[in-house]
Design a protein around this ligand. Structure first.
Ligand code: ADP
Length: 200
């Protein structure tokens, strides 16, 4: 059966690293894997990504507008990439999904968390990952891994990133499809835990 996985967590926690190893694993098992990133992976989504993550400060983006830009990118991603892939039996692995929007704009930005999930329902047309791997670690260690490579959202400071981490963990508490993986460990050890979670 076609499966949909996502990876999430604060920047620097190792999402991209673990996602790539996970795709290798799935392909070795004979699955056809489509990788995408949210926001992104469609023409519209990449344009929106450039606006929300790399906009210069001369463009004013209010919190609700920002949230809806992310939602629009995701709606396009679902329709153009994820649903068609799942419909043809492929496995989809996404670098972030709706959860990140809820955490960054809700816990980080102060928008109402349950409203974000509601708008997300519309944007995703009800499609949710079968499993989300939440890579969790102290924000100062994640930031140290990245050095000065933090993007517009993540460059808002340590206090902001701590709220993000707490938000991710709070959502994981409420949702058993979110698997919390301690990310402050060796790469292979983390990957081993992710692979075992899939087999379970
Ligand atoms: P993210 O996609 O979550 O921002 P990355 O996978 O890009 O994180 O990793 C951020 C940085 O940390 C990269 O330089 C990567 O090589 C390094 N890294 C990833 N996982 C680990 C790990 N388990 N231990 C040490 N360094 C790591």
């Amino acid at each position: 059966m076609a499966r949909f996985y996502s990876f999430d967590g604060i920047d620097g926690a190792g999402k991209s690293t673990q996602l790539q190893l996970f795709c290798d694993f799935l392909r070795q098992r004979g699955e056809e894997v489509i990788v995408c990133r949210d926001p992104g992976s469609t023409e519209l989504g990449e344009k929106i990504r450039a606006i929300v993550l790399h906009a210069d400060d001369s463009v004013s983006i209010g919190p609700r507008s920002e949230m809806l830009l992310y939602m629009a990118a995701r709606a396009q991603l679902v329709d153009e990439v994820i649903r068609p892939a799942l419909a043809t039996g492929k496995t989809v692995v996404s670098d972030r999904f709706l959860l990140a929007n809820v955490v960054y704009q809700g816990y980080g930005g102060g928008l109402d968390v349950s409203q974000l999930w509601q708008v997300g329902q519309v944007a995703t047309d009800g499609l949710a990952p079968d499993l989300t791997f939440l890579l969790d670690m102290p924000e100062e260690l994640a930031a140290a891994r990245l050095g000065d490579k933090l993007d517009r959202m993540e460059s808002r400071g340590a206090e902001f990133r701590q709220r993000l981490r707490a938000g991710f963990l709070a959502e994981a508490e409420k949702n058993d499809k979110i698997v919390v993986v301690a990310a402050d460990r060796a790469i292979e050890e983390i990957q081993g835990e992710i692979r075992r979670a899939v087999d379970d």
